[in-house]
Design a protein around this ligand. Sequence first.
Ligand code: OOG
Ligand code: MG
Length: 260
Amino acid sequence: MDKTVIKDLARFLVDAEVEKKEVLKLTNEHPDLTVEDGYAIQEQLVQMKLEQGYRIVGPKMGLTSQAKMKQMNVNEPIYGYIFDYMVVNGQELSMSELIHPKVEAEIAFILGKDIEGPGITGAQVLAATEYVVPALEIIDSRYQNFQFTLPDVIADNASSSRVFLGSTIKRPDNMELDLLGVTLSINGQIKDLGAGAAVVGHPANSVAMLANMLARKGLKLKAGQIILSGGITGAVMLNVGDSVTGKFDGLGTIDFIVKE
Ligand code: OOG
Ligand code: MG
């Protein structure tokens, strides 16, 4: 794909985020867009944000569960990046900064040492992990009605928008993250629930896949990055006034309120 087209499409998606305006998916105009093109656009978008002075907090995996793949009608995991401005301090989400946010529950990994693929396994990820932390990720696809194909969502930085991190951090040594149960409630009603195993059998497997996918680009997972391993629950639409609670077995609770 032409370099100037890649730049134009990345700019188009950055503008949609900044202007909080949903746009039509890129594949409407560019039906031949490939997964590779999607990542080329994403790389350009990441570059633009770095040039604006934002910092990468860590990479994230997406579409790692059957529930999510079915919900979004795609069939393959993807990755994107979380930036510093996306990490919410406090317990309020401002709807006026976003388009049509959804929330999903995830486990985040913080590595004690770098991991470089290919051939990384979940066991190697666990051995390199310093801490796991619960997270509620806010995804906010820039596309109308969250309708996209795989190349579209990759280009859109995997719908990354905001993240709330829990205050409980634990070493993963004696935890069975695949059996870790999670509930996601809004206004006291459970909207979805799941266990870590929903994420490709074990959340550490997802991080291993990420290391192996990044290796194709000559990139690695770095110590200290906060790495989201993908939604355990499906994503739930948010509305102003919602009081959201994610409960993570052994990893505490994350609460926030959706404000104007
Ligand atoms: C893509 C974002 C996926 C996850 O954890 O699966 C994601 C989307 O569903 O809009 O972050
Ligand atoms: Mg996610």
